[in-house]
Design a protein around this ligand. Sequence first.
Ligand code: 13P
Length: 256
Amino acid sequence: MKTYIVGNWKMNFTVGEASIYLHKLLRTIRSYRGIEVVIAPSTVALQPLSLQIDRHKLKLAAQNCYYRDFGAYTGEVSVAQLRGLVDYVIIGHSERRYIFRESDKDIREKVAAAIRCGITPILCIGETENERNFGETEDVLKDQLLGGLQNVSEEDLEKVIVAYEPVWAISSTKDAKLASPDDIAKSISLIRKHLEAKFGAKRVENIPVLYGGSVNPSNAGAYLTIPGINGLLIGGASLIAPQFNDIIEVAKRVQE
Ligand code: 13P
């Protein structure tokens, strides 16, 4: 399976800055057959960057989408409108769940719409610090995972990527902590266990599961060697070209 290195730029960079930054990235990063590098700029930058991008080196992702194709939905951008611009769409990021109050129902509709439009959904799940302290991690992961995938058929499962991002480990969270490889390994095995129970072990084997939360060039290697992990979803460090580039190089070394 490929290793996915996904940079989530969140609400950073103007369109001009994004274009300059992409130019810098395209100059520095090398393309490797086993590594899929993806960047998720804000929606306004997707169209210009889609013209500038070298798809051998990088693919584009949207950070969100709406599940209806067209209509009276002021302010929304549908997956149908993203077709041709992006290959991936991040769905259910914790910032969408907790700041914008997205429900599991919204998220499952978005996942289904992405699959229908031929765009790979990256479904994000993860427990908050409180949920972790109350011993609710497994229940939360199971609910978010199976809730998000409720409308996905067994055949379509292979079109999905899952990203595990414990909210307490995201660098912008107040008092963020670094997740240990052991913590992550436990959650990844829970995620795979619940996927297998629903879809069968054979189908789940090929589902990429990514990790996200304070990833940087020094910890990327340890995270990428956790069993069951197939890549990283990176926030802060993806905004600094040399760090993002170093993480890609770490991924390459881990693959060798
Ligand atoms: P950080 O890498 O800044 O912790 O962000 C993780 C994240 O939320 C990526 O989607």
